[in-house]
Design a protein around this ligand. Sequence first.
Ligand code: SAH
Length: 375
Amino acid sequence: MTGTPVRLDLSSPSRGPRGKPPKHFVDLTPEQRVAAVTELGEQPFRAKQLATHYFTHLTSDPQAMTDLPKATRDKLAAELFPRLITASRTLTADRGTTVKTLWHLFDGAKVESVLMRYPNRSTLCISSQAGCGLACAFCATGQLGLTRNLSTAEIVEQVRAAARSLADGEVPGGPGRLNNVVFMGMGEPLANYKSVMETVRRLVAPTPDGLGMSARNVTVSTVGLVPAMDKLAKEGIPVTLALSLHAPDDELRSELVPVNTRWSVDEALDSARRYFDATGRRVSIEYALIRDVNDHAWRADLLGEKLNARGRGWVHCNPIPLNPVPGSRWTASDPAVEREFVARLRAHGVPTTVRDTRGSEIDGACGQLAAEEDE
Ligand code: SAH
């Protein structure tokens, strides 16, 4: 590895020259929705009707809103449901049960989301930023740099689209429901804190104010932005927190995850433990296993020790075989080395599950999202 300096970009790009996406119904709180429809000269109860269409029926198409007079629904939809994301390409794998969608945003920025359907559940991986400013050495998104933060509605629209597609039976397995949402697509969710937190509120609010999901089925994954993790712990919404650790020692982690120079392994783990104390939710530790880079048995031992030093039963480890990233010299660990790494963690009493690499053949797996138009 080289010592090339990496510039971290934790700024707020939505104030940049590209401008903000148009305001959308979903950006508004239930109270603001009522104010918005009344400002447009409509009765307050129209807000609830719109919310029911959006969050219960998963549509923003005025044609479908037949309980509103035509002129009313056309006006309200035009004003409050601007088109924010447009699918420009979908790729499928696993007989159609893994679907990666490339979305174009209003200003030409691009993001991806990945829907994974399993026999008894479905998970959507969503993007919270176009690109990412954290520059993790082994992540395709990290090589792009940050374009901008997504708005709440731009993020929620990814979820609505997937939930609708499942409900409509577009994914093999019959009509289904979306069970889990993970902020593991493009971007660092905690670097776009406000929109991500508002998104979480929309996901967990009971229908028709929101999608009515359970907080535990929403996972926020972070590179370890400690102040934001601590803030999240105080929100009173016990989402699952995942910490992308990838090394138990600062020397290596600072090379793999440059933000480690700002918040160290110990600081990130202490914050993760505080998250467990505040929410009772077991934290996931993500660890991409990179051949001969971070997969040594001694590192598994050190990780186990560091986790146990902070108590038992508060954490769970997710090693992920490294997914290939174009231009990278790194590959996944040897299977025998991976087995040994897992065995060592378990020997320390750390519950450990190897993450599957669903979608890797369509570059839809962890760390592979780069919003390429042609592949
Ligand atoms: N920025 C957040 C959200 C992205 S989540 C975060 O880092 O947590 C994507 C997950 O996949 C993170 O755990 C990330 O570290 C991991 N990842 C990135 N590149 C990967 C790769 N090439 N192979 C496997 N996992 C990778």
